[in-house]
Write a protein that binds this ligand. Structure first.
Ligand code: IPE
Ligand code: IPE
Ligand code: MG
Length: 246
């Protein structure tokens, strides 16, 4: 793959943290008369392309939605194919994660996964822990509401155990109890596949994110479309409730 670098533009603002809802794999496969798992496999190839692009363009954090806490509602065979693909990716991509200096973090309730998959997750996280390049969050069995509820539980127990005083609880502290911890806030959320909704992805973390929706199905997404999204982001005026004078 060619290492495409974003062309420098005057005043170009590159997002530090990009989060992507990678939607449309199933429809992409069905359009070709193939089973949905075929679309998920093709989608995985695009995940690799987008990670490489992010590394080459010094994006600091990339958060990818791979499996929502609601996706268990799908037929068993599809869930199984997604979990197998996840396991395959973890086992086969560790070398590349280290080669590209990527720090991997799985966010979501991993206790639902079988012990073999949990072992792969722990190993991949441990082996990439000290990498100082791109922080790659993979949201697996993730739900934004779950994340907030878990945060509340952790805060309550910190108060009960005397580590935290109730008066210390403010937004910044609360953020630290979420899966994304003290990471940079999400600058840009991209959703492929045509739907214009968040589907229980990051909720707290996207309070002031810029949103970018495209009809392109995830397996047809590529680095050029990501560059378009970044270009679009770079000319947006982020006011955060304030006023910007031109
Ligand atoms: C996104 O693609 C991947 C996951 C949700 C796991 P979909 O599987 O939702 O594809 P569509 O939206 O049905 O086309
Ligand atoms: C969101 O896509 C979850 C992922 C991309 C992993 P879905 O396909 O599950 O979302 P809905 O059901 O259309 O809202
Ligand atoms: Mg979908």
């Amino acid at each position: 793959m060619k290492n495409l670098k974003i062309k420098e533009k005057i005043n170009k603002k590159i997002p530090d943290h990009i989060a992507i809802i990678m939607d449309g794999n199933g429809r992409w496969a069905e359009k070709q008369g193939k089973i949905r798992a075929f679309g998920h496999k093709a989608g995985f190839e695009k995940v690799k392309e987008i990670i490489k692009f992010s590394v080459h363009n010094n994006i600091k954090v990339l958060t990818l939605y791979t499996f929502s806490s609601e996706n268990w509602k799908r037929p068993k065979s599809e869930v199984l194919s997604l979990l197998e693909l996840f396991s395959f990716a973890l086992k086969n991509e560790i070398k590349n994660l280290n080669k590209y200096n990527i720090c991997l973090k799985i966010i979501g309730d991993v206790t639902y996964f079988n012990s073999e998959l949990q072992r792969c997750i722990n190993y991949a996280e441990k082996i990439t822990l000290n990498n100082s390049g791109l922080i790659l969050n993979i949201a697996a069995n993730y739900g934004g509401k779950w994340d907030i509820v878990e945060g509340v539980k952790k805060i309550v127990s910190a108060v009960q155990d005397g580590y935290l005083n109730i008066h210390q609880i403010e937004e910044k502290i609360f953020s630290q109890y979420l899966c994304t911890n003290s990471l940079l806030p999400v600058d840009l959320v991209i959703r492929t596949g045509g739907e214009k909704r968040i589907s229980n992805f990051l909720l707290w973390q996207i309070a002031y994110s810029e949103l970018y929706f495209t009809d392109v199905l995830w397996p047809d997404f590529d680095q050029f479309i990501l560059q378009d999204a970044i270009n679009d982001f770079s000319i947006r005026k982020r006011r955060f409730g304030g006023i910007i004078k031109d």
